[in-house]
Structure formats: C-alpha cells, structure tokens
Design a protein around this ligand. Sequence first.
Ligand code: PAN
Ligand code: ZN
Length: 191
Amino acid sequence: MPAKGSFSAKLSKIGLFPHDVKVERRLSDLRKYFYDKRAVESILSRGEDPLIYVVYEIGREREGELNVGCTIIYPGKIGDEYYFTKGHFHVKEAGEVYLGISGEGLILMQDRYGGVFTEEIRPETIVYVPPGLAHRSVNTGKNELIFLAIYPSDAGHDYETVDRIGFAKIVVERDGKPTLIDNPNYRGEIK
Ligand code: PAN
Ligand code: ZN
C-alpha cells in the first residue's frame, strides 16, 4: 500500500483521475493472446469472464498535444501466465513515457524482428518506450499494477500487427517467480 497522503496514494484513488474514455478488457477480449488455451476455455466455459485491466484516458486530437492514460492491471494469472495488456505498436514513430504509480510489473518491448527486452514498472519510476517498439505491460505482483502513460495525441495504436504475430516472449510463474519464456504461439518476423 502506498503511504497515506503520498503522490501514489492520491493517484491510486483512480476514481479521481480525470478521464473522458474508460476501456475495460476482460478475458474474452484477450482469449487469443494467452498461451494456455485450455485454461482460457475452461474459465470462460464456467461462465466467468474476469476483468483483466482498465484504462482511463484523456484523449486529445491536435498535433503537438499529449494524451495521458492511466492503466490498472488487476493481479492474477491464466494458467501460469500473468495478466497483461493487449500490447500495440504506435502507428506513427512515436515514443511514450510510463510512470509507475503502484504495484509491480514488467513492460515488454519488442522490435519488428521479435527482439524483446523488458523493464520493471515500479512506483514512482519512469520507463521510456522508444518509437518503433511494440509494448505490453504485465502485472507480476499480488496487487493492482497502476501506471500512467503519456504519449503524442496523434501516435495512433496498431493492434492488428500484434494480433497477427504476437509477442515472442511471455511472462509466466516458475518456482513462484515471474519468468520470461519463449511464447509457443509466436508467429515470427513481420513481413
Ligand atoms: C497505454 C496502453 C494501456 C493499455 O496507455 O494503451 O496500458 O494497453 P493496450 O492499449 O495495449 O490495450 C499506451 O501504451 N498507450 O499508448
Ligand atoms: Zn503505447
């Protein structure tokens, strides 16, 4: 828990975050991304559809402006794979800054040839996402992972490429610890 009255405590009261868009992503929206298809189908067939993450966003339109999004990824796993965001490339060559608010997680960044590296998302730390890299965030902790994302308002989100090829690496629990492994469903280099 963030210290009472701290910056993180204030931002954690996310109902106060000014937003004009709220996006909710449930397991059914992400079914094709989790690698353990049996685990996915067994949960959905029980009539359950857990909420994986929510994004509150201030969207702007004019070139030169910045969008601010606040993402909350809930704690949990499908099989042994931690909850994550869909992930996307930006349509334009636009970088982005992530500011960790609370919880623990990782951001995977992947180039167009499947090269992946990770950085930690932690409270009050900043991650820079360079232009041209797909990015997906993963909650590896026991609490909500909350972070802000700040990016050019005309960056655009390309989900289609990630839909088509996936991420080359995924984050699973091994011996109680988050571990990066090859994604068995990865479909190779982008043509
Ligand atoms: C973030 C993401 C947010 C949700 O604001 O959009 O964490 O992830 P997906 O968009 O992949 O579902 C960001 O990177 N904006 O550019
Ligand atoms: Zn982004």
